[in-house]
Design a protein around this ligand. Sequence first.
Ligand SMILES: *Cc1c(COP(=O)(O)O)cnc(C)c1O
Length: 365
Amino acid sequence: MADNSTQSFKAADLVIQLSPSLKAKPNVVDFGTVFTDHMLTMEWSLTEGWQAPLIRPFGNLSLHPACSSLHYGIQLFEGLKVYRGDDNRLRLFRPMLNMKRMANSARRACLPAFDESELLECIRRLVEVEQDWVPVSDSDSLYIRPTFISTEASLGVKKPSRALLYVILCQAGSYFSSEAGGLSLWADPKYVRAWKGGTGDCKMGGNYGCSLFAQYEAVDYGCQQVLWLYGEDHQITEAGTMNIFLHWINEDGEEELATPPLDGIILPGVTRQSILELTREWGEFKVAERYLTMGQLCLALKQQRVKAMFGSGTACMVCPVGTIVYQGKTLNLPQHNQSPLTSRIAKELTDIQYGRSLTDWIFLV
Ligand SMILES: *Cc1c(COP(=O)(O)O)cnc(C)c1O
């Protein structure tokens, strides 16, 4: 039997079945609740390889109850946005980084390989079909959720012989209600998001489902999100589902923008990478991928060496941290509304996303 796992679907084979009736497009509502009229699906099986990609009316999936994505979490996802520029053109921001990350997650989940640029071209076609759904706004956007699940219909814990890759689109307003005072975080080492040798560097659903219990404990402590710590020295790793940055004067008295290194427990964010590249380009201060511990943060706060702390991700781009509840104390972060640095990063990124500055980071739909 041929192993078709290294072959790919091709965008040139795409079949489009348009929906006979289109939904009314509401004003932008809660994130992830209103989906567009169509979805993209591609099916794979070990015996037949990839089927032709299909754009078809949005609708429920039909899954075998033994499906191993439901039982063993053999599944993963991605998240990126389409922005409507001031010139009315639709733009994706560095989408190949998402395609590569998805392929990487698929490898780790034992799901089949695919050609990353073929997937991007299929997504481009889907966005083209749904172009009227992209809000005319420079804060709202359309969110793209590629998803990849095992459809193996047996209870054996094994490499799937059937799988489904699909892409759905939904409206996205601003993710966090940008409250004055910044994000409040709860830091307790009793829960960990990811561990060395695990899957924290992949966007697998299980990582997020498992975080929910801690998330609600954070809410019990009056906080919005969990600040995920790791190890005996309480390393700072991520905030909720965002990467984390600290802008400070480091132990050697240097101005530094720091974020934890990609050592396997950090999700390699596209926003994270872009912020590192942008600020390194400026060349105005040290930019470091380094370990940061709660001890170092507490000392720096006491010595007034902290300028700002912020989370980063596609949802909110940069999200200033206001407070951290840690070991029974509330730490107050300076510049929690918007520091000059976070404002500048946010402006440079939005200028790129909405087409106000020229760069090869943009993929035009
Ligand atoms: C998706 C995600 C991020 C941010 O990644 P972006 O590509 O910047 O959106 C950060 N941390 C976690 C845990 C994530 O799932």
